[in-house]
Design a protein around this ligand. Sequence first.
Ligand code: SF4
Ligand code: SF4
Length: 286
Amino acid sequence: MNEIVVLSGKGGTGKTSLVASILAYLDDVVIADCDVDAPDLHLLLKGETRFDESFYGLEKAFLNKDLCTACRMCVENCKFGCAPMDMENMDACEGCGVCDYICPTNAIEMRKVKVGQLIHRKIKKGDFIYGRLIPGEETSGKLVAAVRKKAKDIAERSGKSTIIVDGAPGIACNVISSVTGANHVVIVTEPSFSGLHDLKRVHELIKSFHLSVTVVINKVDLSQRGAEAIKNYCEKNTLPIALEIPFDRAIVDSINKGMLPPLFNQTLYKKIDFESFIDEITSLKI
Ligand code: SF4
Ligand code: SF4
């Protein structure tokens, strides 16, 4: 199984348009959108929903008022400042279970809380899995892991050999969940000093995973100095640059119109030899 994860140091770098471009060249694959805080591939990848199920995160304490004698022991012993007796400040509940343990009347019940949705769509290009976290919920790493596990299960069951993962942006724990166990990482960056800063942060984060890594410079012609800074960093750190994409309004327009970018501007994709890039990333196997 070849699992390719596309990452960027922050959102808005062109990660999703790169994933959409890759898909235009592949058939019968599994695609996983791990940007569970702000998924957007589903707007592009329409198809038949096979399942749409609730995803539950950590347990939290809930009160059964009928059993509570208002002894306040749960309030006094919660190290996180919650007041289960009145169900106040329960957003801070870490699910440690102390209140449940000490309550003399069993008035506390620990229950898993719904934090998002896990969705599978059958699309033209294969199978598409994505997660959507409820705004404000914090267990994104767990949902990312669930999206990837579901993608892997479906790939194994249906005999598909390639999984393309639209990874979580940034450098938080959900990025680690996006890359753990993958074969290859593509880091998308932009030719600016903030792009370089983000590239360094992602590279540092994933170094310890010993994955094969390549870099794509998006909108490469927008800053020569920025592009040189990125190239110098890649050279010093033996990071191969697999592709340089010039700025083209058509890429953004195609996404807005719900089309895969290479189908919208074939000339550009031929010019940058996108097909060779596809050959390179799909032939890398551990
Ligand atoms: S420990 Fe139990 S009985 Fe006492 S206040 Fe809390 S919920 Fe009520
Ligand atoms: S489960 Fe732990 S954190 Fe949550 S309210 Fe009870 S004591 Fe506090």
